[in-house]
Design a protein around this ligand. Structure first.
Ligand code: ADP
Ligand code: MG
Length: 238
């Protein structure tokens, strides 16, 4: 099981507290979307779950283990970065296998994992190309493939589609939803895009100024927002 529990998570940068004691349960296999305006703390929260940022207080459990002070590499999480993070001089195959190569995995195992990720993402015909010879959507698939090969329990996405055009965004949303169905891993997806939140989420977490305004299924937030901020953000009529 690979649920994620946050207990009273606090984050300070110097004297400034930006996350004010967040409690949240994300179930195993759930597609959880963090949504909220720019600067509300979405990325900071995700980076603390990933282990890329220290917490200032509270506890993070993944799969029932306290990982609050664990190294990023030991948490069983993988972050999907935006496509500009691909290595331009490496092929698709090398880009996807690079993380495993660095951690000393045998070549045969890397090849098998890359092939499996390429199958899931329909990248098989493109494995020998370099990123410059790929479309935006194909590059995004490679960025996701790099996460898949590591076999994480939890996938973390930080606005992965924000530099794609509108048409491609729609296509990639469907692609990520299909990936979630096929792999069944827990996914936490950050966006400031209400449409993305409403169409992709099992559960939406609405953040504002470093705290949670409301948590619920998309239709629940739409039909029964706790306050005007949530209603305004989700786009419901009240
Ligand atoms: P979001 O992803 O929702 O746009 P962030 O998590 O990036 O928001 O930022 C939340 C708050 O923390 C903002 O006020 C931001 O300025 C501040 N912040 C983020 N990272 C740092 C940092 N490394 N040093 C100081 N302040 C930061
Ligand atoms: Mg952000």
């Amino acid at each position: 099981m690979s649920g994620v529990q946050l207990r009273n998570i606090v984050k300070r940068f110097g004297d400034v507290e930006v996350i004010h004691g967040i409690d949240l349960d994300i179930d195993h296999g759930e597609f959880c979307v963090f949504v909220g305006p720019s600067g509300c703390g979405k990325s900071t929260l995700l980076r603390m779950i990933a282990g890329l940022e220290e917490t200032s207080g509270g506890q993070i459990d993944i799969g029932g283990d306290d990982v609050t002070h664990a190294d990023a590499a030991d948490r069983g999480v993988a972050m999907v970065f935006q496509t500009y993070a691909l290595y331009p001089h490496m092929t698709v195959r090398e880009n996807m296998g690079f993380g495993l190569k660095m951690t000393g995995h045998p070549k045969s195992e890397i090849a098998q994992k890359v092939d499996e990720a390429a199958r899931i993402l329909k990248l098989e015909p493109l494995l020998d190309r370099k990123p410059a010879a790929l479309s935006g959507g194909q590059r995004q698939r490679v960025a996701i493939g790099r996460a898949i090969v590591r076999g994480p329990k939890v996938f973390l996405f930080d606005e992965p589609l924000s530099n794609l055009d509108a048409e491609l965004r729609v296509e990639m949303r469907a692609e990520i939803a299909r990936l979630h169905r096929e792999i069944g891993a827990t996914m936490i997806y950050v966006t400031h895009d209400q449409v993305e939140a409403m169409t992709m989420a099992d559960k939406i977490v609405v953040l504002r100024g470093g705290h949670i305004e409301q948590v619920g299924a998309p239709m629940h937030l739409y039909e029964d927002p706790d306050n005007r901020f949530v209603a305004g953000f989700i786009g419901s009529p009240s």
